[in-house]
Design a protein around this ligand. Structure first.
Ligand code: SAH
Length: 395
């Protein structure tokens, strides 16, 4: 039903009394919006969902069934019980007292309609079509067109580090995507979800730092200088990385360099492959009865390397899950170190290769079989190595 006789307005409810009758899922959704608008809210219901209980301090709870007169003094009311007869009585009281009322169970019987909304700090988008699924779909499409909002998410002269997730372009956060779409310059790693780069406007300068001259410190120093240079030229700079920027991503070093150079900097967290790669292979890093901890370590140095800061002997005595990143090259040495210090030969091991891409592959075995698994040729980089009973749950 779409009624052209509706008249769109925005209610300014700050400090104004609003009543919700009902304490379930609909009440919770409405309560959040009303509280955000500053309404002075009462909820009439014998019981509250846990979500509403968590908000208890922010509204006045009338812990009983609705009684006529409960809407007294309110500017707006929502009838959201699961009993149509009660909702009808609430709507009737509202009508008699000239209080606008939304009935959760009947748009037709409501004097006010609740739109699908999308809010940012400086605008509200509200859509209704008479069908809430369609309204939400419209809202979603329109929100994506909000270029001014996107543009606001990275300011000129600012660098935003975006954790891009494990590789699938849909596994970036909303905030990360918005920052990316507002960039003038994108500085990307090779493990970043590079498919997203095809969504950028032609005018956006994309710098693939995988192609910069390498070397232990030269590479990172060159990246820092590049970020600083573009920020000082008042560009909107996004530093796009794989997974989360602060998990073996040198994000901390980049932030320190930027802050040191006086460049405004923000970090948007990403989904780390340390959790996502096992998860996509059906391996929960914690699991009741199997693992009460998970430890994430870098395997880029072999266990006996003088620069290695990882206490492999201590890790061997842990019962929980060990997640090794950058460990393909050294996986045999890692398995040997764990065995030598006491982890059982039968401990399940899984390698998740190219997680979240269409080349994703899971290779499983036990700790004593790692060298055979490597010889099979199926374990390539990038891969996450998982050691522990949960690895036995792999798909
Ligand atoms: N910051 C990243 C990790 C960077 S270190 C994150 O949080 O995910 C690079 C290592 O991450 C790789 O050697 C590999 O172990 C792991 N990795 C990253 N993406 C991966 C993917 N799609 N599949 C498997 N492993 C991945």
């Amino acid at each position: 039903m779409h009624d052209h006789a509706t008249y769109p307005i925005g209610l300014r409810l700050a400090g104004r009394h609003v009543v919700i009758v009902g304490g379930g899922a609909v009440a919770l959704r409405r309560a959040k919006g009303l509280l955000a608008a500053g309404a002075e809210l009462s909820v009439v219901s014998p019981d509250l969902t846990p979500g509403l209980q968590a908000l208890r301090a922010e509204f006045n709870w009338v812990p009983r069934r609705y009684q006529p007169g409960d809407l007294a003094g309110s500017w707006y009311a929502i009838a959201a019980t699961d009993e149509p007869r009660v909702n009808a009585t609430v709507a009737q009281e509202a009508e008699e007292n000239r209080i606008f009322c939304a009935r959760a169970d009947s748009a037709r019987e409501s004097s006010a309609w609740t739109p699908a909304i999308d809010r940012t700090s400086d605008r509200t988008l509200a859509v209704w079509t008479g069908n809430s699924t369609r309204s939400s779909a419209w809202r979603n499409s329109l929100a994506q067109l909000d270029v001014p909002h996107l543009a606001a998410s990275v300011r000129p002269g600012e660098v935003v580090l975006v954790g891009g997730g494990p590789g699938d372009p849909s596994l970036i956060t909303r905030a990360g995507w918005a920052a990316l779409m507002s960039a003038d310059v994108v500085v990307a790693d090779h493990l970043a979800p590079t498919e997203l780069l095809s969504e950028l406007a032609e005018s956006v300068q994309v710098i693939d730092v995988a192609k910069l001259p390498r070397g232990p410190f030269v590479g990172q120093e060159a990246i820092n200088q590049l970020l600083i240079k573009h920020a000082r030229a008042q560009r909107r700079v996004v530093r796009l990385k794989g997974g989360d920027s602060f998990v073996f991503g040198r994000g901390g070093e980049e932030v320190a360099a930027l802050v040191g150079a006086g460049v405004p900097t923000k970090v948007i967290p990403g989904i780390s492959s340390a959790i996502a790669a096992p998860e996509l292979a059906g391996i929960p890093v914690t699991h009741r009865g199997l693992a009460q901890e998970f430890t994430v370590v870098s395997g880029h140095l072999p266990p006996d390397h003088p620069d290695s800061m990882v206490q492999w002997h201590a890790l061997s005595t842990l019962k929980g899950t060990l997640v090794v990143l950058m460990g393909v090259q050294n996986s045999v040495a890692i398995a040997e170190a764990l065995l030598r210090h006491g982890r059982s030969k039968e401990t399940p091991v899984a390698f998740v290769v190219d997680a979240s891409s269409n080349r994703e592959q899971v290779v499983t075995g036990s700790l004593q079989e790692v060298s055979a698994l490597m010889e099979s040729g199926n374990v390539r980089t990038p891969a996450v190595m998982i050691v522990g009973d949960v690895a036995g749950l792999a798909n």
